[in-house]
Design a binder for this molecule. Structure first.
Ligand SMILES: [Zn+2]
Length: 422
């Protein structure tokens, strides 16, 4: 299998140290599970003859989503003349926005779309068209989330500040008692927030949650500014030439809400559910007593694995265990890789969580929110096995044939590891 360059370009070197202790977080140095997985995945590509990236299916899908996005935008701004037409088109625009994010930008950002760096960069920059920032995403998603999934204080995706308590290791406030009810509305504001406020605030403060990150400079800064200019022109500048400000804000809000809910919920069901782990580093060493690959599998959940329509629509993000283990392989392959990953997890005694349906995952997310909002419990052992398929271990059980040795750096720089770490 052809391997990608180890370290992506254009990420300045910073030390990924704990914001509290200043130490680098490490994982157990045990690569047996990871090696077994890689062997099987490489075997799949050898026997199938399919390329890990540059899949024609994804090129077709990209054309479909961009054509749909452009058509919905043009019809909404220039053609629609009743509120019902405009509402339907704004909803469609929100769906295509989420679709491009799931299917095109996400693969491009992880360098999983193509062998060519410039193609990946171009596809990743679809995020600029949607009002986000490739640079901010690379740090928030590619580095902090993918490397340190579900580790409180490190994974910025599980840090919603005072708005929510998503892990047992965050402080519970009185308002969190109702988070399983009010958070769904706030999910809808996700996209609007990063389009209008979040990216600018991160850029100015140089922080996301508790984590510091280097502000963009030079070309990265130019892309950030140009991207925001293009987005504001598309979202407000051009439409205001044809419609009142009230109308523009209304349909912008509808499209943003639809995209925000979809993007939030698909990612939350993968990590913020009852069945996955929320590990805590050892207090004096900042060491996670799990190998990096095992950590990825046990902190993530799949849903609706057999549903090809859902997999097509959400860019394989119903198979997030496979994505977290192999983020540089195009999502087109995840359905075929999934049984190999599950089988390997079984053999190594690694927890593999898969909800039979999206609905089952949503219910678990709801229950998790309610539990985190109403109880200070630190017991994160899975208890709801009726929705669970695959091998499950209790939180403190052995991770299989682990040959744990001294702690060391996480194997983050392997070809299939996250895209941004140093
Ligand atoms: Zn990802």
């Amino acid at each position: 299998m052809t391997r990608q360059p180890e370290i992506p370009a254009r990420l300045p070197r910073v030390s990924l140290r704990s914001p509290e202790t200043g130490r680098r977080l490490t994982f157990r140095r045990d690569t047996a599970f990871h090696h077994a997985l890689r062997e099987r995945i490489e075997g799949y590509f050898r026997t199938s003859g399919r390329p890990p990236r540059d899949c024609w299916q994804l090129y077709v899908k990209t054309a479909v989503f961009f054509a749909g996005f452009a058509a919905a935008y043009v019809l909404l701004v220039f053609v629609a003349h009743t509120w019902a037409q405009a509402l339907a088109l704004a909803v469609l625009l929100g769906l295509f926005t989420a679709g491009i994010g799931f299917n095109v930008q996400h693969d491009g950002g992880h360098q999983a779309y193509s062998q060519s760096r410039w193609v990946n960069t171009l596809m990743a920059m679809a995020l600029e068209l949607l009002g986000g920032s490739t640079y901010v995403w690379r740090w928030k998603h590619g580095v902090f989330h993918h490397t340190y999934v579900n580790i409180t204080g490190h994974d910025t995706d599980i840090d919603l500040g005072i708005l929510a308590r998503l892990t047992p290791h965050q402080r519970r406030l009185r308002v969190h008692r109702w988070q399983h009810l009010y958070l769904w509305g706030l999910y809808g504001l996700l996209v609007i927030k990063w389009q209008l406020v979040g990216d600018f605030r991160k850029l100015i403060s140089g922080r996301m949650g508790t984590r510091a990150f280097p502000r963009p400079k030079g070309r990265d800064l130019a892309i950030f500014v140009a991207g925001k200019v293009v987005f504001f022109l598309l979202a407000f500048g051009i439409p205001l030439g044809f419609h009142s400000i009230g109308v523009v804000l209304c349909y912008y809000g509808v499209a943003g809400l639809v995209a925000g809910i979809l993007l939030s919920v698909v990612f939350q069901v993968a990590h913020c559910v009852e069945e996955v782990a929320f590990p805590v580093p050892h207090a004096s060493t900042d060491h996670i007593d799990r190998a990096w690959a095992i950590h990825q599998a046990e902190t993530t959940a799949d849903f609706a694995r057999g549903n090809r329509v859902i997999a097509w629509l959400v860019g394989g993000l119903n198979l997030q265990i496979e994505h977290h283990l192999f983020p540089r392989i195009s999502h087109v392959h995840y359905p075929a890789l999934s049984p190999l990953v599950e089988q390997t997890c079984r053999e190594f005694g690694v927890r593999y969580t898969a909800f039979e349906s999206f609905r089952a995952g949503l219910i678990s997310h709801f229950r998790w929110l309610r539990r985190m909002g109403t109880s200070d419990t630190h017991d994160v052992t899975a208890t709801h096995d009726q929705r669970f398929t695959g091998t499950r271990l209790r939180a403190g059980d052995s991770a299989g044939p682990a040959r744990g040795r001294a702690s060391g750096r996480s194997p983050e720089l392997s070809w299939d590891a996250p895209t941004g770490e140093q």
